[in-house]
Design a protein around this ligand. Structure first.
Ligand code: AHR
Length: 663
């Protein structure tokens, strides 16, 4: 607009509009007191909750590409195709495989006997976990156990194929032995394909027995053979997590006691780890996943190693003798609890015992002579009621008697309020338990309204582990839930309340952690992946911003002398990092308008030049995706103080971190 074309009246109206617009930006004045630490912030404050849900382990983090590699699923041929075979004929123009159930190995009961009648006509195909992701020029390690009881099969060919049958890489092995022998080879992919399959063909006719047909990328996390998916661990590592809780969640408890997670069955040689149906296989009728089993290739040893790799305290959670109370709720009678308690004691020995102990020796044989230095152990997941408390007491007594320094995590049930919760906390307080796990899957609004949740918690009581939480955009576990910006922003607001109460809250983790684009059962999840790619959601970005900027000492930050807990839709915390000598201020604006915030820095000097990191998005329904993985991601730029004031123009719906060096 050209000013000189305005009439007097028009000019007046223009000036009034400018004034009104300026006035609509709220002005807020906060103060940080740098002179005194309110509480230390625990190194464990922001961690990771891992559960094998949504294909997070098998089909995800555990980089095995063959589904049902050992033919142990309930249907031994699930995941395997024989397109040229017919169950109703002798297949004289092809061949056919039969599953053999034998007593030779009680934990790996099946193998297959392939009868090749015409080697030009027979093929066996593995479909992978919703396909196999292969990358051009990348190499893959193939393993197979084979025995040749009769006939003359000279070679076995393994090929990557796409859906039109085009070959995208191949290798061969020559089985030589009439008895079981392991063979290995490498396949190089000539093309990138998200939905490859592995085709197996034979040269020669006769019978051949096959077991443990396994395929891994050579390029795994830290280059470990048969290890973990590199991109997924990288996302975890980038968060600098304070702890890694494993193996879940409800998976710890099992739908029945028989199907609980038993860590002893997950260590030692992978081929001897007995597989188990995954409890998420049948949990939701709307997301049935009949091909979901636990191979335990990612077992307790691997979890400890992962914790060590990413610098996180290991936090294993064990069954307390109660199956999931949302399912059967089966109980072990008190007089039969001993084996469960022994599992806990033995786990501590496995993690920390010298290599002369029974379980320390097994750890050593698996390649880790040094103890893992386990400090925490959790007893029970989402248990409730007197049955839990009764069992928990016995566990605690036994563990503390033998390992007095072990920190025991107890649980307050699945809900963050109500009679289960109140009863659990009351009893656990009486027992002077050390840490209580709380879970909340609630609407985003709940998170914005509960930033003061821990302000009233007893500073001398048990500490809190906010062990599972996530804002649900529609309803708990609804398949329509989205990892949208409203949820992530609301969590950011709520997390100021976790941090401001660092005196009470010692560990926190978003849940669930990971989900396969096609193989998932539960949403929202922090990280999404398919067979080739992965990305962190907006919620991941929030978690990461907190975790890598947590600081060591909590400071006070106030608005009109009060903690900033949602007044004018504003939330804030302040901390210093004594090691890095930094001041860290976190500000969350959940208003749809911008806010001008002035933060007075009192009590100590900081450098005038710092940084500002902003996480925001135009719409509350925005999400990250495979197409736009960084749509909602933090942007950092230089920031300058005005004297002793940080003057910030807080964008609508934004999460901001300011950082300055302490002088
Ligand atoms: O995170 C998904 C599930 O939610 C966990 O397994 C369980 O602990 C909770 O109910």
């Amino acid at each position: 607009m050209k000013l000189k074309t305005l009439t007097k009246q028009g000019l007046l109206a223009f000036l009034i509009t400018v004034l009104l617009v300026n006035n609509s930006v709220a002005q807020q004045e906060l103060s940080v007191d740098l002179s005194k630490t309110i509480a230390p912030i625990q190194p464990t404050m922001y961690g990771i909750f891992f559960e094998d849900i949504n294909f997070a382990a098998d089909g995800g983090l555990y980089a095995e590409m063959i589904k049902n590699r050992s033919f142990e699923f309930d249907n031994p041929f699930m995941g395997w195709l024989q397109p040229k075979s017919d169950r109703h004929s002798f297949n004289s123009n092809s061949g056919i495989a039969s599953a053999v159930n034998y007593t030779g190995n009680p934990t790996n009961k099946n193998y297959i006997r392939v009868k090749v009648n015409n080697d030009k006509g027979y093929e066996l195909i593995n479909e992978g976990f919703r396909g196999m992701g292969i990358k051009k020029d990348a190499s893959y390690n193939l393993y197979v156990s084979a025995a040749k009881p009769s006939g003359d099969i000279k070679t076995i060919t393994f090929q990557f194929i796409d859906k039109s049958g085009q070959v995208l890489g191949e290798t061969k092995i020559a089985p030589t032995s009439p008895v079981w022998k392991e063979y290995s080879a490498e396949i190089k992919a000539i093309k990138t394909e998200a939905k490859a399959q592995l085709k197996i063909t034979f040269e020669g006719t006769g019978e051949i027995d096959l077991d443990m047909i396994s395929l891994f990328p050579v390029d795994t996390w830290k280059g470990r053979k048969n290890g973990l998916r590199k991109d997924l661990v990288q996302l975890l590592n980038d968060m600098n997590p304070g702890f890694l809780r494993f193996p879940g969640g409800c998976i710890v408890e099992g739908r029945t006691l028989e199907q609980r997670y038993q860590w002893k069955k997950t260590v030692g040689a992978v081929e001897d780890r007995e597989i188990l149906i995954n409890r998420w296989n049948t949990e939701f009728d709307h997301r049935l996943t009949p091909d979901y089993f636990q191979s335990f290739g990612l077992g307790f040893f691997e979890y400890f190693l992962l914790s060590e790799d990413i610098g996180a305290e290991a936090l294993p959670i064990l069954s307390c003798g109660m199956a999931c109370q949302f399912n059967t709720g089966e109980l072990v009678p008190m007089e039969e609890l001993d084996p469960y308690i022994q599992d806990a004691l033995d786990l501590i020995e496995f993690a920390n015992g010298s290599i002369d102990t029974h379980w320390g020796k097994i750890r050593n044989e698996m390649g880790h002579p040094k103890p893992f230095n386990l400090k925490y152990i959790g007893i029970g997941n989402e248990q409730w009621g007197a049955d839990y408390i009764e069992r928990y007491k016995v566990f605690t007594k036994a563990i503390k008697e033998k390992y007095p320094k072990m920190i025991i995590v107890s649980g307050s049930g699945p809900f963050p309020e109500g009679d289960y919760f109140d009863y659990g906390w009351e009893e656990l307080k009486k027992l002077q338990t050390e840490i209580v796990d709380e879970h909340y899957y609630k609407p985003p609004q709940w998170f914005r309204e509960n930033a003061t949740r821990y302000d009233s918690y007893d500073r001398n009581g048990p500490k809190v582990f906010a062990g599972e939480y996530a804002a649900q955009s529609v309803a708990i576990a609804s398949p329509l839930n989205k990892n949208n910006w409203e949820c992530a922003l609301s969590e950011a607001a709520f997390m100021t309340g976790l941090e401001r109460n660092a005196e009470v809250v010692h560990l926190t983790s978003y849940a669930p952690l990971m989900a396969h684009e096609e193989g998932w059962q539960w949403t929202p999840d922090m990280i999404w992946f398919n067979n080739l790619e992965s990305y962190g959601t907006a919620n991941y970005q929030v978690q990461k911003m907190y975790a890598i900027n947590k600081g060591t000492d909590l400071l006070s930050i106030t608005l009109d002398g009060k903690p900033v807990t949602g007044q004018s839709n504003l939330y804030a915390t302040a901390a210093k990092d004594s090691d890095k000598k930094e001041l860290i201020i976190k500000l969350v604006n959940t208003s749809s308008s911008a806010q001008d915030v002035t933060v007075n820095l009192l009590g100590k000097k900081v450098s005038s030049k710092g940084t500002i990191t902003v996480l925001t998005s135009d719409n509350l329904i925005d999400v990250n995706s495979f197409e736009m993985p960084n749509k909602i991601s933090p942007k950092t730029s230089a920031f300058k103080l005005k004297g002793k004031k940080a003057v910030v123009d807080l964008q609508p719906n934004s999460f901001v971190i300011l950082k300055f060096n302490l002088i």
